[in-house]
Each structure stands twice: as structure tokens, then as C-alpha cells.
Design a protein around this ligand. Structure first.
Ligand code: FNR
Length: 341
């Protein structure tokens, strides 16, 4: 029997679309013909509450838990180590129950001994599970994912989400490493930010709609799709970052979900994110071109991000956050309907 983790990767690849449009296309920078800056002065390092990262993007949480996904983790971790960017593990829940699976996650640390690694669990687990997941990887931080939409679409998924906020509160107060609460591709709202911040969560990855879609993937896992009409569920990454505007000084935001190239990443940063998580295109590249292909892509992203910042006349991410953005389409409508607060 093919494991659920292997099915996810296979169906991810089957449904992956290279040129999918999304709400990042409804955000535009204003071209300026006089940048008055030299590339040598551009630095895209990002300042985070726990230190600085020399690049403002990272490989977001994806996989582990089977022999095939161990190989994928090895490839992703090799690219993270070679390029010096941070990486997150996929959900370690299965390995917390079955020590035979530890290796499929530990490989992240074995091939990337000095890199920044996030452990990953779901909010249905408590602070004890969080500590075990961190120890398994000797991790530098923890991601806790919120995947209610995915669970509901799975017939075998959880149907009781009533302990999540309490678990998050306990995790936020008992783990002394950076804790990131993230979605899995359906975005977040103001009401969610308020509750997370009140629970003590300091770093939030909005992980919005626009890229990998777990409702689509779960629908493909069975002969008769459940909820095939629900594929447009959730808030895009751009809309989630618009929702985040009133909270930018109360928490650190990461933007992820549907980031296809360095221009999308820069739009997320200009909307106030301190770092950009990338899953789909990096996984697709690792699967199709191996870790060497992924290393080449990541190095191109680093270079091109600095070149576009040069074009915008921005020497730093602080300056990028102050550039004008023009919204159109759904993000524009959303911003008008929601108002500034
Ligand atoms: C994911 N994602 C994910 N997230 C998480 O927190 N824990 C997990 O175990 C997984 N598993 C997983 C498997 C696969 C195959 C993919 C592609 C993704 C979700 C991921 O972190 C991210 O939120 C979404 O993929 C949206 O980003 P992209 O893919 O549009 O860049």
C-alpha cells in the first residue's frame, strides 16, 4: 500500500501547475527609471526576533515518514545546506508514534548539520510532542500547522478541533525556541491573527491559497471526490497579508503559498512579511532536477531578488516595505470592503 505521504507527493506532482495565476498577479510595483543605487549596496538579509537570515526565503514544511520521502528530505536538506537557507520539516506526527520513521526526518539534520531547521507538528498535539519533535531534529525552531480544511476533506481526517488554541498557548509558553504557527495553503484572517497573538504566538506564517492546494490533492486520493466544489476555499497569500496589516507591529509575519518566483517573494516582503516560505516550486524542482537543480534555482532566486530590489531602488527590506504597491482585482476589492482596520 502506498503511504499517505507518498500519495501526497505523487498527487502534488500530478496537480502541479507551473504557470498558475494567483493573487500575486494583482499586486504591482511602480517602475522607477532612476534607481540611483548600485547592486553592491543591496542587501536582502532579514532581521527576525531570533536573529538574522542572510536570505529572506526558506524551504517550507513538506515531507518525511516513508523511504521515498526520506530521499526527498535528503535532497531538500542538501540544497538548504549548500545555499545556507532555512528549511522546515514535514509533519513529524507519524514518527512521534513510530520510532522506525525517525530516520526519514533526521536526515534533514544529518546532511545539514549547521543549518536552521524547523521541526513540524499539528496543533492537535501538545507541548510534550512539540519537545520530542524538536529533539528528533535537534531543531532551531518549531512550526505548528493548522490544517482544518485538509482534515475536513479527508473522510478519515480529524473532526475535533476544539483543543487547538489551548495547545498553541501551551506550546508558545513552554518552548523557548522560535515557534511559527502556519496554515497549509488556505491563508488566515484578522480574527485568527488576534486569537493567535492573544495566545502568545509571536511568529505567524499565513500560508495562503494560490499554490499547492490540499483540497485538490485530497480529492484526488479517492475515486469519488468529496468536496470537489471547495477548491477555491480560503484566503490567498496576498489577501492574508492585507489582513495582517493591523498586526504587523504585534507579531512577525512570514508569507507563503503560491510563491512562484523572486518577484512574488518581493511582493510578499513589500506587504510586510519578514520571510517567505516556498514549497511547491522547490519540491517540483527537487523531484525533476534533483538537489543540484534546486541549488541552481535557489542561487538564481537570491541573485534576482537583489537585482529586482536594485531596479526598485531599495537597498534593504526596510526600504522595500516602504515602496508603493498597486492592487487590482480581488485583493483591491477585499481591501476596499474590509477597510483599514
Ligand atoms: C505540504 N505542506 C505541509 N505543511 C506543513 O506544515 N506540514 C506538512 O506536513 C506539510 N506537508 C506538505 C506536503 C507536500 C507534498 C506539500 C507540497 C506541502 C504545506 C506547505 O508547507 C505550504 O503551506 C503549502 O504547500 C503552500 O505553499 P506552496 O506549495 O504554494 O509554496
Amino acid at each position: 500500500m502506498e503511504s499517505r505521504k507518498d500519495q501526497h507527493v505523487r498527487l502534488f506532482e500530478k496537480t502541479y501547475q507551473t504557470h498558475q495565476t494567483n493573487d500575486f498577479d494583482s499586486v504591482r510595483f511602480v517602475h522607477n527609471s532612476l534607481p540611483e543605487l548600485s547592486l553592491s549596496k543591496v542587501d536582502s538579509l532579514t532581521t527576525l526576533p531570533f536573529g538574522t537570515w542572510s536570505s529572506p526565503f526558506f524551504i517550507n514544511g513538506m515531507t518525511g515518514g516513508s523511504e521515498k520521502t526520506k530521499k526527498i528530505n535528503e535532497s531538500l536538506a542538501h540544497a538548504a545546506a549548500a545555499t545556507g537557507i532555512a528549511i522546515a520539516s514535514g509533519s513529524q506526527k507519524a514518527a512521534l508514534k513510530d520510532p522506525a520513521l525517525h530516520d526519514t526526518f533526521r536526515v534533514l539534520r544529518q546532511v545539514n548539520p549547521n543549518g536552521f531547521i524547523f521541526a513540524n507538528i499539528g496543533a492537535e498535539l501538545d507541548e510534550e510532542a512539540a519537545k520530542q519533535a524538536i529533539d528528533m531534529l535537534d531543531a532551531n525552531g518549531l512550526q505548528v500547522h493548522l490544517n482544518a480544511s485538509q482534515e475536513v476533506v479527508m473522510p478519515e481526517g480529524d473532526r475535533d478541533f476544539s483543543s487547538w488554541l489551548k495547545n498553541l498557548e501551551r506550546i508558545a509558553h513552554s518552548i523557548d525556541l522560535p515557534v511559527v504557527v502556519k496554515e497549509v495553503g488556505f491563508g488566515m484572517s484578522r480574527a485568527t491573527f488576534r486569537r493567535l497573538i492573544d495566545a502568545g504566538v509571536q511568529i505567524i506564517d499565513v500560508a495562503g491559497k494560490g499554490g499547492t492546494n490540499f483540497i485538490t490533492i485530497e480529492n484526488q486520493r479517492r475515486d469519488r471526490a468529496r468536496f470537489d466544489y471547495l477548491q477555491d476555499w480560503g484566503q490567498s497569500t496576498v489577501i492574508s497579508m492585507l489582513e495582517a496589516q493591523p498586526y504587523l507591529d504585534q507579531a512577525t509575519f512570514f508569507a507563503s503559498g503560491g510563491v512562484r518566483h523572486p518577484l512574488d517573494a518581493l511582493k510578499g516582503l513589500a506587504l510586510g512579511a519578514r520571510a517567505i516560505g516556498v514549497s511547491g516550486i522547490f519540491l517540483h524542482t527537487a523531484l525533476s532536477s534533483g538537489s543540484e537543480g534546486l541549488i541552481t534555482l535557489i542561487e538564481e532566486w537570491k541573485q534576482q531578488m537583489n537585482e529586482i530590489m536594485l531596479l526598485l531602488g531599495c537597498a534593504s527590506l526596510d526600504e522595500l516595505r516602504r515602496t508603493d504597491l498597486i492592487l487590482s482585482g480581488t485583493p483591491d476589492q477585499w481591501a476596499r470592503l474590509r477597510g483599514p482596520k
